[in-house]
Ligand binder design. Structure first.
Ligand code: ADP
Length: 516
């Protein structure tokens, strides 16, 4: 409601209160005249309770007590005027009934009015805080969404995740049924709308789309959670886009969620800085990999050059000794022995380099892969949102632990999930669903990452995990090679394949930790 609208509403309710008070006064006079002048045998003065009720609106407790007292005084005055000093049993009882009714009504109405005024003051305070808060605040009506979820339950749906898997359009339909009822001034300022009317008119396009965060909102409602947090993209006026962090608080005292409070903080500047940081980190890693690769190649060439030249010289020498007539077998044998020693030296060099490259600060510990999957999902939330990818988790209940390095296993998941998101970048947004599932398979814990991209060409399946295999112009082709080396060093296996319904599946299976 705008300030002008609120003023108009205030003025009209004041006029109505005055009109009610005038009516109360007129009614009091009428009752007094009828009670005094007409001959009747009923307690007409009881009607003074209507006067008290009419007067009640916006009246203070004291004013109500005065009105109640006046009504009682008029009742007694009529009695005295009509009956004088002669007291008849019936008329006294009638007067006492009227006085009791007036007193009782005055007390109850005064109490009720005081309670209403406290509620009105608290509502006004809430409105004032709502309007003047520095963060964006919205009031949303989730009644229709609640009804949609209730309908699913009534139809026997128990697993909401599995239902979303079969009906990927459900979250978008549900989002379309969320109504923004009110928003505060900070919203208009952040999103660039001139006023509330412009914002509410455009509200259906303000929330960019049903992201992973919205499926979490639905899951929270389904599970009866009191609040849910997440990230979302908002479309402001004139093409402005904001990345926000939101907290939705569901009211605990109402069965119908028609006044859900949402607070949103603008994270755009923070995320821009973070993206720049990540981009510069990526460039640095890329450069340092190239530099390391260059240095490594130079040192390998240097270390191997010597034994290889020796093998060459000894080989040529041995051949010469064998081609003599008669052949000098002894010298040729010495030369071949030397060759074996040099080859051994070369393999030692290679072994040393391999050992060097494996030397990392590993910390092997029992790991719950469900936790690693959930953490990785949160870590990549913003990245996935930017690629408009919805993440679905299909996690095994209480899976056994695996023994491994948490960071390395997370690195594998990040690689597979980022690859999956990139593979779907040219698909329509509603197809961009990425599913990460965990499950027990043949006594091993299997983690699969499924996408709806174009899949892997059949002839590329054999080379995917080879170092430097890439089809991306900016790719290095090291991601999957690193994944394989990590998984195999954990005693596991990694595999890739295409799905019948389209898209690729990358999965790895690790031996489970045996309980001693
Ligand atoms: P990079 O990402 O640098 O290309 P990777 O080793 O991570 O290196 O991936 C190697 C190649 O495997 C990619 O270039 C791509 O052709 C293919 N690939 C990886 N993940 C997928 C996927 N989910 N769907 C289709 N192809 C994929």
């Amino acid at each position: 409601m705008t300030v002008a609208e609120r003023l108009r509403a205030g003025v009209s309710s004041q006029i109505a209160a005055r009109a009610r008070k005038a009516a109360a006064l007129a009614l009091a006079v009428a009752i007094f005249l009828y009670d005094t002048l007409a001959t009747q045998t009923v307690a007409v003065a009881v009607l003074y309770v209507v006067v008290v009720v009419l007067f009640a609106s916006r009246a203070s407790r004291n004013a109500l007590h005065v009105v109640g007292g006046l009504c009682a005084a008029l009742t007694v005055a009529s009695f005295v005027l009509v009956h004088g000093a002669t007291v008849q049993d019936g008329s006294v009882v009638r007067m006492l009934v009227s006085l009791s009714a007036i007193a009782l009504t005055t007390i109850l109405v005064a109490r009720n009015e005081a309670a209403s005024q406290v509620i009105a003051a608290s509502e006004a305070r809430f409105r004032q805080i709502f309007e003047s808060a520095g963060v964006m605040l919205w009031e949303e009506d989730y009644s229709d969404v609640r009804a949609m979820l209730d309908d699913l339950r009534a139809r026997g749906v128990e697993d909401l995740c599995a239902y979303f898997e079969r009906h990927p359009d459900f979250p978008a339909r549900a989002l379309g049924r969320v109504r923004i009822v009110d928003a505060n001034a900070a919203t208009m300022e952040s999103l660039g709308f001139a006023d509330k009317a412009a914002f509410l008119a455009a509200h259906s396009s303000v929330i960019a789309e049903a992201s992973t965060a919205f499926t979490r909102v639905l899951q929270a409602m389904w599970g009866g959670l009191p609040e849910v947090r997440g990230r979302a993209i908002l479309n402001g006026a004139g093409g402005r886009q904001l990345s926000v962090q939101f907290i939705i608080t569901f009211p605990s005292d109402r069965p119908a969620p028609d006044r859900v409070l949402v607070s949103l903080s603008d994270m755009t500047a923070f995320e821009k800085a973070q993206d720049e940081l990540v981009a510069s980190q990526r460039t640095l890693t890329h450069l340092s990999r190239l530099t390391t690769l260059g240095e490594l190649s130079a040192s390998i060439a240097h270390e191997l050059n010597q034994p290889l030249s020796a093998i060459m010289l000894n080989g040529e020498g041995s051949l010469r000794f064998l081609s003599l007539d008669p052949p000098d077998i002894g010298e040729a044998r010495d030369g071949l022995r030397q060759m074996v020693c040099d080859a051994d030296r070369a393999s030692q060099v290679i072994k040393r380099i391999r050992d060097l490259s494996r030397k990392t600060n590993r910390s092997m510990e029992p790991v719950d892969l469900n936790v690693v999957v959930a953490q990785t999902g949160r870590l990549l939330e913003h990245d996935l949102q930017r690629h408009r990818v919805v993440l679905r988790l299909d996690l095994a209940e209480n899976p056994p632990l695996v023994r491994g390095d948490r960071i390395e296993l997370q690195q594998v998941l990040i690689n597979l999930m980022v690859n999956a998101a990139q593979a779907m970048s040219d698909q329509a947004p509603e197809r961009r669903v990425l599913t990460v599932a965990t499950g027990l398979n043949d006594g091993r814990l299997r983690v699969s990452v499924r996408d709806h991209g174009a899949g892997v060409p059949i002839d590329a399946l054999d080379q995917l995990f080879d170092a430097f295999y890439t089809t991306r112009s900016e790719g290095m082709g090291m991601g999957l090679a690193i994944c394989r080396s990590i998984v195999e060093s954990h005693g596991g296996q990694i595999m890739a394949g295409n799905l019948a319904q389209g898209g690729a599946e990358f999965a790895f299976a690790l031996p489970v930790e045996t309980v001693q």
